[in-house]
Each structure stands twice: as structure tokens, then as C-alpha cells.
Design a protein around this ligand. Structure first.
Ligand code: BTX
Length: 325
């Protein structure tokens, strides 16, 4: 009901009378008034004038279907939205809903995560209202081996979206962290459910530090936010809509063309790892070299004294970034 009134107000050209709203939705005037009161409590600025009715004058920066849909220009991504005030992890919610049949392109947002997940069991800090904490459910007709490419194209999509919205020269740390001034701005965690060599569902979790005014002591030296970088708040819903658009475009191009040379070139242009001195830890082995590019399968190519090594997984530290000197 509240959502339907909000949609009417968003689409209205000026004032909309309480009578019109109650007629259109088949509810009482008192019910309309109650819903307007609730919307105001959520942060919507709704003007009411006798004999004219209601007019929407401002909207809060919430990651809900009602706020996102007027900004969305995608065909599919974000057309189904699940929003949570507080949840442990949007990746966890997405995996659950994937099992219940949620469609390709569903997006899961949380204002706050209490158990945000990073890679290798690490934790991701996701305080209330400060970032875009989201997961996108994809159902690609691809082999599990292709997941590496999806990881790369997600990094590129998020990097370009942030550049478009803020103008900041953010870069990718291979495979898909987004960094600024040597600090982590975005973390991406891709999780997969596969059956017999076919991906059933892919959950792409994206955590963007947007309006974090500060970080806890243990993250202070390695994390940054768009607010800290630009000095002004950034609209989370606009950024989320732009990320979804970029991601949809990259994903569709990949399905048509694969990770071809043009994609690898665009990725390399944005990737701070390529051209840098790196230290690689793969299991018990550790080696250093210069990252020179990515392979057709998405591996990082590292020139060492013994030749070129292809790195598919493992921890890669980049000289000058996130505490590696
Ligand atoms: P990661 O393993 O590369 O990064 C985790 C590490 O990053 C932590 O060990 C910590 O040092 C640091 N860190 C934790 N929180 C932050 C932060 N807010 N900003 C910068 N650095 C931080 C990266 O894993 C993948 C993170 C994905 C997060 C999204 S949020 C939506 C979705 N749901 C979910 O549970 N995870 C994903």
C-alpha cells in the first residue's frame, strides 16, 4: 500500500489529492493519510496542502525497489529487488533465494550487514547506511571455469560506474578489488552453485564504501570511502543503479564475445596491478615479479626471473598498495 502510494506520488506531475489516491487504490482517505505518515517517518518529504493534496518533494537515499526503479535503465538486473534493514550477509540471502527460484538479475540490498563476508572466510565491515552492500544473482549458461571472467568483468563494471558517478580515478587491483590512493574502496565476493559442469547460480557480492565518515582502527590504514575521497556525500541509489547498468552491459558483451582482446585491453587500462611489482603467495609457494597482463582465461601473467607464470588464484600483493612496501 505504502509502496503503491509512493509510486503514484513519484509519477504525479505536482499535487495529487487524497481523494484521487483513495479512488485509484480503492482504500479509505484515512488509510492514505496513515501511509503518508509512515513514508514521512522513513524520510520522504511529502508536502500536504488543503484542497490540493500531497506532493513528493524529497526522497531519502534508500536502497529499496521504490527508490531504485526510477533510476534503473537496465533490461534485467535490478528488476527484482530484495531490501533488508539489517541482515547478516546479502550473499547469504541471495543464495537462499536462489534455491527458492529467485530470477536471474535479482538484487539484494542491506542497509547494514552484521556478518558481511570477504574472501577466504574473512569479514567485511558494512555499517548501517554507509555503503552499497549488495548481491546480484546471475544464472548464466556457462561452465564453472568461466567464473574467473565474471569476476574480472564485475571489477571493471564497478570501477567504471564509480568513475562515471564521482570522476575519481579509481583502479582495479587484480582480480576485482577497487582501490584508490593505495586503499581498498570496494570488495567483491563471487560465489557459485554448480551442477554437472554447469553454473546454476552465481552470486556476485559487491561492497562499496560510500559515505563512511571513518573506519575502525584496524581498517584505518587500508580502507577508504567515496566521502573521504571527495569530501561530499555520494548518492548510494544512483551509484547502485549505475553499477547495475555497467554490470549488465559487461555481462551481455561477455556472453556474446567472450573475454576477447578488446575486453582484456579495457581491463588492463583500469588495472593497477598490471605493470607493477607483485608478490604472489600460492599455497606454500611465494614468488615475486612484474605483472604484465591477463591471459585469455583471466589469469594474471607475472614475469619472473624464471619466465612467465600464470596466477589463477592465491594472494597477490601489489607494491605500494594496502600496506605492501
Ligand atoms: P577480501 O577478503 O578481499 O577483504 C576482506 C578484508 O578487507 C578484511 O580482512 C579486512 O582486512 C578488509 N576490510 C573489511 N571490511 C572492509 C571495508 N569495509 N573496506 C575496506 N576493507 C575492508 C572482499 O574480501 C570481498 C568483500 C565483499 C563484501 C560484499 S558486501 C555485500 C556482499 N555480502 C557479503 O557478505 N559480502 C559481499
Amino acid at each position: 500500500m505504502k509502496e503503491r502510494i509512493l509510486t503514484l506520488l513519484q509519477n504525479a506531475d505536482g499535487f495529487l489529492s487524497g481523494e484521487r489516491i483513495s479512488e485509484q487504490l480503492g482504500v479509505s482517505r484515512a488509510a492514505v493519510w496513515k501511509a503518508v505518515k509512515k513514508l514521512r517517518e522513513e524520510g520522504y518529504g511529502i508536502q500536504s496542502v488543503t484542497n490540493k493534496g500531497y506532493r513528493l518533494v524529497s526522497s531519502p537515499d534508500l536502497l529499496t525497489e521504490g527508490e531504485l526503479s526510477p533510476l534503473l535503465t537496465t533490461a534485467c538486473l535490478g528488476r527484482t529487488v530484495f531490501s533488508y534493514e539489517v541482515t547478516d550477509s546479502t550473499n547469504r540471502r541471495a543464495r537462499e533465494e536462489a534455491d527458492r527460484g529467485a530470477p536471474h538479475g535479482s538484487v539484494f540490498f542491506a542497509e547494514e550487514q552484521t556478518g558481511g563476508r570477504g574472501r577466504l572466510g574473512r569479514a567485511w565491515s558494512a555499517p548501517r547506511g554507509e555503503g552499497v552492500w549488495m548481491s546480484v544473482l546471475l544464472r548464466p549458461k556457462l561452465a564453472p571455469a568461466d567464473i574467473a571472467q565474471i569476476t574480472l568483468l564485475t571489477g571493471l563494471a564497478v570501477c567504471d560506474a564509480i568513475r562515471e558517478v564521482t570522476g575519481l580515478p579509481v583502479q582495479i587491483k587484480w582480480p576485482n578489488d577497487i582501490v584508490l590512493d593505495g586503499k581498498k574502496l570496494v570488495g567483491i565476493l563471487t560465489e557459485m552453485a554448480a551442477e554437472e559442469d554447469r553454473i546454476c547460480a552465481l552470486v556476485v557480492g559487491i561492497g562499496v564504501n560510500v559515505n563512511n565518515p571513518a573506519f575502525p582502527e584496524e581498517l584505518k590504514d587500508k580502507a577508504t570511502s567515496l566521502l573521504l575521497a571527495t569530501g561530499k556525500p555520494v548518492s548510494r541509489k544512483e551509484l547502485a543503479a549505475r553499477i547495475l547498468l555497467r554490470l549488465e552491459k559487461e555481462y551481455e558483451t561477455f556472453l556474446r564475445q567472450g573475454a576477447n582482446a578488446a575486453f582484456r585491453k579495457r581491463y588492463a587500462e583500469r588495472c593497477a596491478t598490471i605493470g607493477s611489482l607483485v608478490k604472489v603467495v600460492m599455497g606454500n609457494e611465494e614468488f615475486a615479479g612484474t605483472a604484465i597482463g591477463i591471459s585469455e582465461t583471466g589469469a594474471l601473467l607475472v614475469q619472473t626471473g624464471q619466465g612467465i607464470r600464470a596466477v589463477n588464484s592465491g594472494e597477490v600483493s601489489v607494491r605500494g598498495m594496502l600496506g605492501y612496501c
